[in-house]
Ligand binder design. Structure first.
Ligand SMILES: Cc1cc2nc3c(=O)[nH]c(=O)nc-3n(C[C@H](O)[C@H](O)[C@H](O)COP(=O)(O)OP(=O)(O)OC[C@H]3O[C@@H](n4cnc5c(N)ncnc54)[C@H](O)[C@@H]3O)c2cc1C
Ligand code: SF4
Ligand code: SF4
Length: 440
């Protein structure tokens, strides 16, 4: 980069590994100097940059200050102690509309909340995502304004999507909007709220998704290559298609459905993907519950004593702000959403594995890297006391994830794990888990 002082720019231009690829810098830039480039990193047109520094100030990559995000969101500075963050009430539920419930990753709750805001004219559009209609192995953000468009946005796309780049369009449009976003998108949004309130005032509410990790932008392409699928024949790519909890599959132009893994979704496919295709910035991200949303939504992976899921096709909602409470009450009162209040029931706590991975293992990794003088995002959240075995666990997980750095190691590994031969490992995992549930 010549001419421009990179300290004025978002982290991607100084330390690419720390870029979340949230698209915040692209959305906030007042001159349109930034756009989405290769692998969803921002690209700059140096002639348009005025070095205003806004993209650096709102970048959620290099540093996440929980105290100031708490202040912007909740108007106080008490960082939440629990992994789930500040919560007013907790619900489980599902979309009342049968198509919406069936089409959702969980209970179609996010879409039901957004649809309710649209149909009651509280918002004019919703910032959401879909797989690109022409290149369905890549994700993209768009503004949904109708019921059908919202149905198109359903499902989790476990892939990096620079959602906040949509603010480049929002800036030119009249009206009010709602958005569904991952934790890093929300960090960027809250920083924009501080630095460019005129732009973020157009957002009525932010619905957050729990997030273990997004996956590299090439993940869908590599999955199809592993199963010898010609991408030119692919019409649609689903990360969670079919009956809940769904399967990763490619739908061909001739209507054939090609499932991309033999084992089930939760214990097999997604589990392996988050080890092999997780970007470095996701491996060092410690907000797994979308702490700064108005309402956070997660899968309701709650199990009974035999280890079977209690809630098929339902989602869990953590309501955090009064805006979130109004949105949820509006949706239940108008019949868009069916909910059950589980605030007092300890069985609905976020499951241990997610809490451990993002609330403990990732912070240990960050601390270790920073101590060694290596690159990692900076956080102001204090680390809890850590045992020796937890430190060893982090090293082991980091070692496994390092296999994902090179295609030459990750591709054959992924191919094996998702093949018929990999099922034996999944069976072992399921057996160990079922023992654990029966012991409880
Ligand atoms: C990358 C990723 C990681 C996740 N990790 C976890 C986890 O560890 N634990 C857990 O409980 N839940 C996780 N979720 C959330 C979960 O998979 C469901 O999305 C959530 O429960 C909502 O389901 P729903 O049926 O209510 O939503 P739906 O009605 O299916 O709507 C889904 C909404 O999510 C939005 N969305 C989908 N993908 C993206 C994306 N990449 N970026 C931004 N927005 C997106 C869509 O635009 C849509 O508005 C994750 C989701 C994603 C995308
Ligand atoms: S004009 Fe401002 S926001 Fe845009 S790239 Fe330059 S410094 Fe960043
Ligand atoms: S793990 Fe963190 S950085 Fe990665 S997509 Fe999720 S919220 Fe963003």
């Amino acid at each position: 980069m010549n001419k421009i002082n990179t300290d004025k720019l978002s982290i991607a231009f100084r330390d690419k590994a720390l870029c979340t690829r949230s698209g915040t810098c692209i959305g906030v830039c007042p001159t349109g100097a930034l756009s989405i480039g290769k692998d969803a990193y921002p690209e700059i047109d140096a002639d348009l940059c005025t070095e205003c520094g806004l993209c650096a100030k709102t970048c959620p990559g290099g540093e996440v200050n929980f105290k100031s995000l708490t202040e912007i969101t909740f108007k106080h500075q008490n960082i939440a102690e629990s992994f789930d963050g500040h919560i007013q009430r907790t619900f489980v539920g599902y979309a009342a509309d049968a198509r919406m419930r069936k089409g959702g990753a969980g209970g179609g709750v996010i879409t039901a909340l957004l649809w309710d805001l649209l149909r009651r004219n509280i918002v004019d559009g919703c910032i959401v995502t879909r797989m690109n209609p022409d290149r369905p192995w890549y994700g993209e953000a768009f503004i949904a304004r109708t019921y059908e468009e919202l149905l198109e946005s359903q499902q989790s796309k476990y892939i990096i999507i620079p959602l906040n780049a949509m603010f480049k369009e929002i800036r030119k449009l009249p009206g009010r909007y709602a958005m569904a976003a991952l934790p890093c998108h929300i960090h960027g949004f809250r920083l924009m709220q501080r630095h460019v309130p005129a732009l973020t005032n157009k957002i009525h509410c932010v619905i957050g998704l729990f997030c273990a990790s997004a996956l590299e932008t090439h993940v869908a392409l590599e999955m199809m290559q592993a199963r010898n699928i010609d991408k030119s024949q692919v019409k649609k790519f689903d990360f969670r298609g079919g009956k809940w909890p769904g399967a990763i599959r490619a739908i061909l132009k001739n209507g054939q459905i090609k499932r991309l893994h033999y084992s089930n979704f939760k214990d097999g496919a997604i589990n392996y993907l988050t080890y092999l295709y997780s970007p470095f910035r996701c491996q060092t991200c410690i907000d797994g519950s979308a702490e700064f949303s108005d309402i956070s939504v997660s899968d309701a992976w709650t199990r009974d004593e035999f280890g079977d899921y209690v809630f098929d096709s339902q989602s869990k909602m953590l309501v955090r702000t009064h805006v979130g409470m109004d949105v949820l009450n509006g949706a239940t009162e108008s019949g868009s959403l069916v909910v059950q209040d589980v605030s007092q029931n300890r069985h609905y706590q976020t499951h241990k594995l997610h809490t451990k991975k993002k609330g403990l293992t990732a912070p240990i990794r960050v601390e270790r890297l920073l101590k060694k003088g290596k690159t990692a995002p900076k956080y102001d959240k204090p680390l809890p006391p850590i045992s020796r075995s937890e430190r060893i666990g982090e090293r082991l997980e980091s070692l496994i994830m390092s296999i994902g750095k090179k295609r030459s190691t990750r591709f054959p590994m992924f191919k094996f794990l998702t093949s018929r031969y990999g099922i034996i490992l999944v069976k072992i995992r399921q057996y160990v888990k079922s023992k654990k549930y029966r012991r409880k």
